[in-house]
Design a protein. Structure first.
Length: 156
C-alpha cells in the first residue's frame, strides 16, 4: 500500500491545497493531510478548526484522512508508515526552500518527497495572502472552498 503525507499549516486551507490533495489522492492508495501544530506560532484558526475544515473539504475522497503532527515531519511519517511526503510548489522560491528540506528528510529517514507543481490557476494563492486580503476587506471567495470562505468571514 502506498501512503503519502501532505503536510502544512492549512491556516486556512485554500483551493491550491485542495488541488494538491485531489491529485495526490489519485497517485497514492492513502493520503494523510497533516496539519502541523506549533504552539509558539499564532494562527488565525485553532488546530481543531483547521481539522474540521480539512475534514469537510476532503470528504469526497475515500482515501484521504486528516491528522496532526508536532515535531519532526519524518517522525510522523515513520509512525504512519508513509513512504512519501507530498509538497505543492508554486514558484522557484518554493523549490529552493523545499529541495533542501526534502534532501534532509531523505537523509534522516529515507522518506522521499514528491513535488507537485500547482495548477496555474492556483499558483499565486497562499494562506497568508488570502488572510491579508480578507483582513483588508477584499474578496477571497475565489481562492477558498466555500466552507472555508464562510469560516474565514466569521472570524474576521
Amino acid at each position: 500500500m502506498s501512503r503519502a503525507v501532505f503536510p502544512g499549516t492549512f491556516d486556512p486551507p485554500t483551493n491550491g491545497h485542495l488541488d494538491i490533495i485531489a491529485r495526490a489522492a489519485v497517485a497514492f492508495d492513502e493520503v494523510i493531510v497533516a496539519a502541523g501544530v506549533n504552539q509558539s506560532k499564532k494562527r488565525l484558526f485553532s488546530v481543531e478548526e483547521r481539522l474540521e475544515m480539512l475534514t469537510a473539504i476532503t470528504e469526497p475522497f475515500g482515501n484521504v484522512r486528516i491528522g496532526t503532527f508536532e515535531g519532526l515531519l519524518v517522525d510522523y511519517c515513520r509512525a504512519e508508515q508513509a513512504q512519501v511526503i507530498v509538497k505543492g510548489l508554486r514558484a522557484g522560491g518554493d523549490y529552493d526552500y523545499e529541495l533542501q528540506m526534502a534532501q534532509m528528510n531523505r537523509k534522516m529517514s529515507g522518506v522521499d518527497t514528491l513535488f507537485l507543481p500547482t495548477a496555474p490557476e492556483n499558483a499565486y494563492i497562499s494562506s497568508s495572502l488570502v488572510k491579508e486580503i480578507a483582513r483588508l476587506g477584499g474578496p477571497v471567495e475565489d481562492f477558498l472552498p466555500p466552507i472555508v470562505h464562510q469560516r474565514l468571514l466569521g472570524t474576521l
